[in-house]
Design a protein around this ligand. Structure first.
Ligand SMILES: *[C@@H]1O[C@H](CO)[C@@H](O)[C@H](O)[C@H]1NC(C)=O
Ligand SMILES: *[C@@H]1O[C@H](CO)[C@@H](O)[C@H](O)[C@H]1NC(C)=O
Ligand SMILES: *[C@@H]1O[C@H](CO)[C@@H](O)[C@H](O)[C@H]1NC(C)=O
Ligand SMILES: *[C@@H]1O[C@H](CO)[C@@H](O)[C@H](O)[C@H]1NC(C)=O
Ligand SMILES: *[C@@H]1O[C@H](CO)[C@@H](O)[C@H](O)[C@H]1NC(C)=O
Ligand SMILES: *[C@@H]1O[C@H](CO)[C@@H](O)[C@H](O)[C@H]1NC(C)=O
Ligand SMILES: *[C@@H]1O[C@H](CO)[C@@H](O)[C@H](O)[C@H]1NC(C)=O
Ligand SMILES: *[C@@H]1O[C@H](CO)[C@@H](O)[C@H](O)[C@H]1NC(C)=O
Ligand SMILES: *[C@@H]1O[C@H](CO)[C@@H](O)[C@H](O)[C@H]1NC(C)=O
Ligand SMILES: *[C@@H]1O[C@H](CO)[C@@H](O)[C@H](O)[C@H]1NC(C)=O
Length: 724
């Protein structure tokens, strides 16, 4: 450790140091810190890519919560994909080993102690690639655990390595929703599985093996699936600390997956034989009170008697406000469990509740919520009045990735921000922080980054009835000097229900853009999240409307007020909805203010948005399905304004982006080329909506920066795309 501090200190002393794409991409990446039951140690994943070796090094690191000292656990991270602390132990662990010598394609469970991991023992051999381990230590001493894997329709876990490969590659459908995100739908669905490790027999897997908890659930339209794909993980299910009850999320079984976002919380007895039942399904109190949208994050109280979960109201609006609810469990009757006392905990909190974690006394729940370009921590008492307004506990420079609650109610927070890829710190209930680790003080790649490059501006909104101003983040180059001007890099975020935040990203890293010699301005116009639901909702039927006018206001504000920004040499860029907005800007007057435009995976033809599987999304955002004459597909179609396309434009569109198919990018490029507008097209056949592989990301950065530096600063266009 000392060695790392010395290196960083030496670099800090040299002063301003611009961060390059390869430095950002090859800097260490650290996961969320998971504390042991007694709260004195935490384990986290560590990985670092080397461009020299063309490979990633993985490790499991241990953070001492008293001293902040970090050490390697010695656990081989090429073999171990997950580590979980055994509740009730000091330093006992159970981990998933990704190799299984007896069942190819399967995994094994091992138990041991973090202090002597080499003496771990294998306790279970599982014949499918299970992941997402959660463990309860029951009063009998048996361990009850949950994992997930894809399963056949008959409930058996699916192992792709041993499954019979069909002779044809055909994909054949008779229902809407044939693919999503980057994956074509096949016959298997994810399911949560339960297993018991018996204390009496050295924690061997109990004889009933792995039980599929989704088996037996009735459905009319959509086969139940948990975790909910593509982003669902172990956060979609939970086991009570007693080990007696489980809960998981699945999409609504009576609604088709393309048209609706609705999902429910299912619960059941761990040792029961009855099929799991939805507690907030169509006939529930929740539904009757108008809460029918997507559910999430079921979490059992320390006494196993109460469950909190999140839910949205509307059944086809993915960006509706996310609220927190609680239910109590009644005494189990036979094989069934029933819930009572359903109640809303945050009915008037105008933010989206996420990542609930119970306080040890069971009297309140800590949550995170996006709030004014940060993610902050709040506490929600179980007994609070409907108008309760929580105040943020976390520092106003920390974007909280996740946190854990230690036995004394102190929080262990894993955060980040524009100048740090990872911070670990403790947070008391009165808001006092104790720094344990900051990547910027340790990683040579990040040396010199700091809050001095970050500021915020406000300008006028055009959203009717919205009485606040529009927010934007501003990031200066690391080696900024006064009395110089820097070209504007104006960046519109995706979503559109998303934000330009004070957060670290390995895909759109503001400091890396600024350190090409630009001042980055990232506006949060109508549609943005974290500034209240009214601003978020305001974009419905307004894709090129209010947000465009506000982006124009923001540009004008920068032009008139930020004397160090050269708007004449400015460029603009955006991905996803930001890519759509780039294309809209290209057809409108603001497009003439930029030297170059960059579009990553954006819609260019709104009618073609019907190639997506997220029909719920466009039905909501364009004010109706494409079949409804009042919908706004044509009104906000960038291709209606091709006549004005004239600013040099760099187009990126990836093949595995199934929500926004690559034909949108190719069509856009073909139009630009046909009109003689300088343009280039970059495609990654192996990337989805995001560019995740370091070598691909380096090319992405290199070619985009090559383009903007040419048109903004006159540097040579020095790369050679594929020719005629
Ligand atoms: C870690 O595991 C991988 C895969 O089994 C193996 O190739 C490698 O040698 C192991 N490393 C160490 C240090 O044992
Ligand atoms: C389960 O918790 C009990 C205390 O409640 C503890 O004695 C026991 O060691 C724990 N089991 C394991 C495997 O660590
Ligand atoms: C993982 O399992 C393999 C055999 O399947 C074994 O050789 C290896 O030691 C195990 N690694 C760990 C860290 O448990
Ligand atoms: C379930 O279906 C799969 C694939 O057809 C088959 O391999 C497996 O044996 C079946 N399981 C049971 C319990 O019938
Ligand atoms: C199942 O679990 C419940 C609650 O944990 C318990 O009351 C009941 O006795 C258990 N039944 C069996 C058959 O183990
Ligand atoms: C954060 O808080 C500090 C001290 O409380 C204050 O000086 C600073 O202006 C705040 N920053 C933001 C961005 O609100
Ligand atoms: C910038 O200009 C101001 C006013 O002309 C001057 O006082 C200041 O010293 C200059 N700063 C630098 C770093 O050159
Ligand atoms: C600042 O960094 C940029 C990018 O690395 C570099 O081109 C420029 O010369 C640097 N400027 C100063 C004043 O160091
Ligand atoms: C999906 O919803 C639209 C209304 O937006 C409706 O016209 C269509 O029939 C629905 N499709 C299916 C398969 O339910
Ligand atoms: C092109 O821009 C001009 C000037 O703003 C505007 O009058 C015209 O309507 C635009 N044409 C199209 C097709 O958008």
């Amino acid at each position: 450790m000392a060695r790392f501090y010395a290196t960083a200190a030496a670099l800090l002393a040299t002063g301003a140091h611009a961060i390059t794409p390869s430095e950002m991409l090859s800097a260490p990446r650290r996961g969320v810190a998971s504390p042991n039951p007694s709260g004195d140690l935490a384990v986290f994943s560590y990985s670092q890519y080397s461009f020299e070796e063309e490979s990633n090094a993985h490790a499991w690191h241990l953070l001492d919560l008293k001293t902040g000292k970090i050490s390697d656990t010695g656990i081989n991270a090429s073999e171990v994909s997950e580590i979980v602390w055994v509740p009730g132990s000091e330093t006992g662990i159970i981990y998933i080993n990704g190799t299984n010598e007896d069942a190819p394609g399967g995994v094994t469970l091992w138990m041991g102690d973090i202090k002597s991991p080499s003496s771990s023992k294998m306790v279970a051999s599982l014949d499918a690639p299970y992941s997402g381990l959660k463990v309860a230590n029951t009063s009998s001493g048996d361990l009850h655990f949950l994992v997930n894997a894809k399963a056949y329709e008959n409930g058996t876990a699916y192992n792709p390595e041993t499954a019979v490969t069909p002779k044809s590659t055909a994909r054949f459908y008779e229902n809407i929703y044939v693919r999503h995100w980057d994956t074509w739908v096949d016959k298997q669905r994810y399911a949560v599985f339960a297993g018991s490790l018996s204390a009496k027999s050295n924690y061997a897997l109990a004889s009933d093996g792995m039980r599929n908890l989704l088996k037996g659930i009735d459905f009319t339209t959509t086969r139940p699936e948990s975790p909910v794909q593509p982003f669902g993980d172990l956060g979609d299910y939970d086991i009570s600390p007693s080990g007696g009850i489980y809960a998981f999320i699945s999409k609504a079984p009576q609604l088709n997956k393309a048209n609706f976002t609705a999902s429910y919380v299912y619960t059941g007895l761990f040792n029961g034989t009855d099929a799991a039942k939805a507690i907030n399904g169509p006939d529930s109190e929740a539904a009757k009170a108008g809460h029918q949208g997507a559910s999430g994050s079921p979490r059992f109280s320390p006494d196993s008697e109460t469950l909190v979960f999140t839910q949205q109201d509307q059944d086809y609006y993915e960006s509706d406000r996310v609220q927190l609810y609680a239910v109590d469990f009644a005494e189990a009757e036979g094989d069934a469990v029933s819930v009572t006392n359903w109640r809303a905990l945050t009915p008037n909190f105008d933010r989206w509740v996420s990542t609930p974690h119970w306080a040890p006394d069971g009297k309140s729940v800590f949550i995170t919520a996006e709030d004014r370009a940060l993610v902050r921590v709040f506490n929600i008492p179980l007994e609070s009045s409907a108008d309760y307004q929580p105040t943020s506990l976390s520092p106003n420079t920390s974007y909280v990735s996740d946190f854990a609650v230690l036995p004394d109610s102190t929080l262990l927070v894993s955060g980040n921000c524009i100048w740090s890829s990872r911070d670990y710190y403790t947070l008391s209930s009165s808001g006092e922080t104790g720094e344990l680790f900051s990547s910027t003080k340790v990683d040579p790649e990040l040396a010199g980054l700091g809050p001095h490059t970050f500021s915020e501006i406000y300008f006028d909104s055009v959203l009717p009835g919205y009485d606040e101003q529009i927010h934007a983040v501003v990031i200066k180059p690391s080696n900024y000097t006064a009395n110089t001007t820097y070209p504007l890099a104006y960046i519109v975020h995706g979503g559109p229900q998303g934000s330009n935040a004070n957060s670290w990203s390995t895909r759109w890293n503001w400091q890396v853009w600024a350190d090409q010699g630009y001042i980055v301005v990232g506006p949060n116009p109508t549609g943005s999240t974290g500034f209240g639901q009214k601003l978020t909702d305001g974009i419905q039927g307004e894709w090129g409307g209010y947000p465009y006018d506000e982006v124009v206001n923001g540009w004008q504000y920068v032009h008139d007020n930020l004397k160090d920004v050269n708007t004449d040499q400015g460029i603009m860029a955006g991905a996803s909805y930001g890519g759509y907005m780039s294309n809209w800007i290209q057809g409108h007057d603001l497009g003439r203010k930029f030297k170059a435009i960059v579009t990553h995976d954006g819609i260019s033809q709104t009618q073609a948005a019907y190639s997506t599987e997220e029909l719920w999304f466009i039905r909501h955002d364009y004010d109706g399905s494409i079949l409804e004459p009042s919908a706004t597909y044509d009104k906000w179609n960038p291709f209606n304004h091709i006549a004005n396309f004239s600013t040099p434009q760099f187009v990126i569109h990836n093949t595995l982006d199934y929500r926004l198919p690559e034909s949108d990018g190719i069509g856009l490029f073909n139009v630009l080329q046909s009109k003689g507008v300088p343009s280039r097209f970059l495609n990654f056949p192996d990337e989805n909506h995001w560019v995740l592989k370091q070598e691909n990301s380096l090319v992405w950065h290199t070619e985009i920066f090559n383009w903007i530096n040419h048109y903004s600063k006159g540097l040579p266009l020095d790369s050679e795309p594929i020719g005629q």
